[in-house]
Structure formats: structure tokens, C-alpha cells
Write a protein that binds this ligand. Structure first.
Ligand SMILES: [Zn+2]
Length: 281
């Protein structure tokens, strides 16, 4: 465990080792609330780290605060590895979106919906609005405190590494991810708390940069296909993601497929054939 450390009057961060995508090695868990406390990201599957998580969580009870629930931001394995165990050990309900529950062998005590509020009483009362932000994962949720201008962003933004947006076969949706990035970027957030890496100040700037970066890749795909139509995904990945280290190419390939699906849906690119034989023009 790294931390815990206090980030604001009602937010604490502790970071736990998880089987995540390098360069990230940890997933951040957040404790929200100054008396009533909600824990976000029951992420770690490792026994030593789970014990550290329990100790961290129990310290809130020992200091007179009351644990209310554990929130799961989405179903990926580096976010839910401790969900069942930690909920059982702490006697806490799991809260998540229905699309997340549908992908896990877990029962949600409360299904979170877009626009609903999690109100936490205490010396510094806070209300966190649930934002359903699919794209990276179908049930992904963020939490937004309008009064303090804080955002828990899960895997929508990263303080280290990049966000993988898989194609539909991996439950991703590039067009939706970009829509949700623009939505988050319009929130006037003062700081965003990502699942990986350090807090992000003025997150609207990173949202804009992410959108610009993705649209840049897309423009490059269209350029390449205009000059040399009839390319396969394998041929395109080397051309469009030539700057990405070989080790990261499998992830680049997934992003490329997600971009191609979006471009085909927008009728900016055509596809003939299917599977590995599919050619894009
Ligand atoms: Zn994820």
C-alpha cells in the first residue's frame, strides 16, 4: 500500500498493487466523506494488499466515522479484485452500475444510475453525483462533487500511462468515450482523482488533450487509407502506431480497431471482408 494521504477535507487516497497495465502498477482507492465514508475501487486481489486495505478501512471506524458502502467504478480486473472479499470482511454493500454487475459474479446492493446523488453527512457534508460514463467500459461511473469541484474519474483519465479503449468485442466504444470525455471536461472540475497515477489539476485540459490526441490518430488513419486504401488492421497498426513501443502494440491494435469501428459507423471508412482478412478503405 502507498499512503494513505489526505487530498482534501473529505477525500483520502490509498494506493494498492494490482494486475494493471504498465507503466501503472497500482490502483488508487479513495475514501469519500468526513463522517459517513464511501470507499471507491476495491481493486487489489493480493492478500497482503487486501490486509492493508482492511486496516485502512477499519481505521475510519476506529476514529468514529462510519463506513457506508464500497463503490465499484467498472468491471475491469484491476478494479474489482478485492470487491467480494473486502465487502464481506467489512460487512459493506457493493454499489455499481447495472452494466458492471452484469459482467461480474457479484451482487450489487444498489445499482447506481446517471444523475443520482450519494449524500454523505458529516462536518464537511458532501454530495457526489453519479455520472454514467461508458466507452472505456459499459458500466463505468464517475463521481462528481459540484460544491468542491472534485471528480473521481476511474479509468476515464489517467495520471500515469494511457486509457485503453477497446473495440466492441472488448466492450469498448470509442465514439461514446469521446462524448463522455467532453462531458467531463465541461464540468468545471478543480481536480480529478484517477484510478492510476496522481491527482489531475484542471482536468478539462487533459480531457481536451485526450480528445485531440484521439482525433489526431483518427485523422492519421484516414490519411493513410486515402493514400493506400485496402489495408488490414495488421498493416495499419505499424503505420499509424509506429511511434508506440513494440510491447504496447497489442494495446495499440485494440485502440485502432475501436477507431476503425467509429470511422466505419460515421461512414468515413469502408470495410470489406471480416475478421483478420477485413480490409479498410
Ligand atoms: Zn479499466
Amino acid at each position: 500500500m502507498r499512503g494513505p494521504r489526505s487530498l482534501s477535507a473529505a477525500v483520502e487516497l490509498a494506493s494498492f498493487r494490482t494486475p494493471t497495465i504498465p507503466p501503472a502498477t497500482h490502483t488508487n482507492s479513495y475514501a469519500l466523506g468526513s463522517r459517513e465514508v464511501v470507499l471507491v475501487e476495491p481493486a487489489t486481489p493480493y492478500e497482503d494488499e487486501r490486509r492493508a486495505f482492511l486496516e485502512w478501512a477499519r481505521a475510519f471506524s476506529l476514529s468514529g466515522r462510519s463506513l457506508v458502502a464500497i463503490v465499484v467504478t467498472h468491471h475491469h480486473k484491476d478494479h474489482v479484485g478485492g470487491a467480494e472479499f473486502l465487502a464481506r470482511e467489512l460487512g459493506l454493500p457493493l454499489w455499481m452500475h447495472a452494466e458492471t454487475e452484469a459482467r461480474l459474479p457479484l451482487n450489487a446492493a444498489r445499482l447506481l444510475r446517471d444523475g443520482e446523488r450519494i449524500v454523505l453527512e458529516g462536518p464537511v457534508p458532501t454530495a457526489w453525483e453519479v455520472l454514467h460514463t461508458p466507452g472505456h467500459a459499459p458500466g463505468h461511473v464517475c463521481l462528481h462533487s459540484a460544491r468542491t469541484r472534485e471528480l473521481v474519474v476511474g479509468d476515464m483519465l489517467a495520471g500515469t500511462g494511457t486509457i485503453l479503449v477497446p473495440p466492441a468485442s472488448g466492450d469498448g466504444d470509442m465514439a461514446e468515450y469521446l462524448r463522455q470525455l467532453r462531458r467531463i471536461g465541461a464540468l468545471d472540475g478543480f481536480v480529478a482523482y484517477p484510478a492510476h497515477g496522481e491527482p489531475i489539476e484542471r482536468p478539462e485540459r487533459l480531457c481536451r488533450a485526450y480528445v485531440a490526441h484521439r482525433l489526431g490518430r483518427e485523422a492519421r488513419i484516414v490519411d493513410v487509407l486515402t493514400i493506400a486504401p485496402g489495408r488490414t488492421v495488421n498493416e495499419l497498426v505499424d503505420t499509424v502506431y509506429g511511434d508506440v513501443p513494440i510491447a504496447s502494440r497489442p494495446f495499440a491494435r485494440l485502440s485502432l480497431e475501436a477507431h476503425l469501428e467509429k470511422l466505419v459507423a460515421e461512414e468515413r471508412v469502408r470495410v470489406s471482408g471480416a475478421g483478420a482478412e477485413a480490409r479498410y478503405t
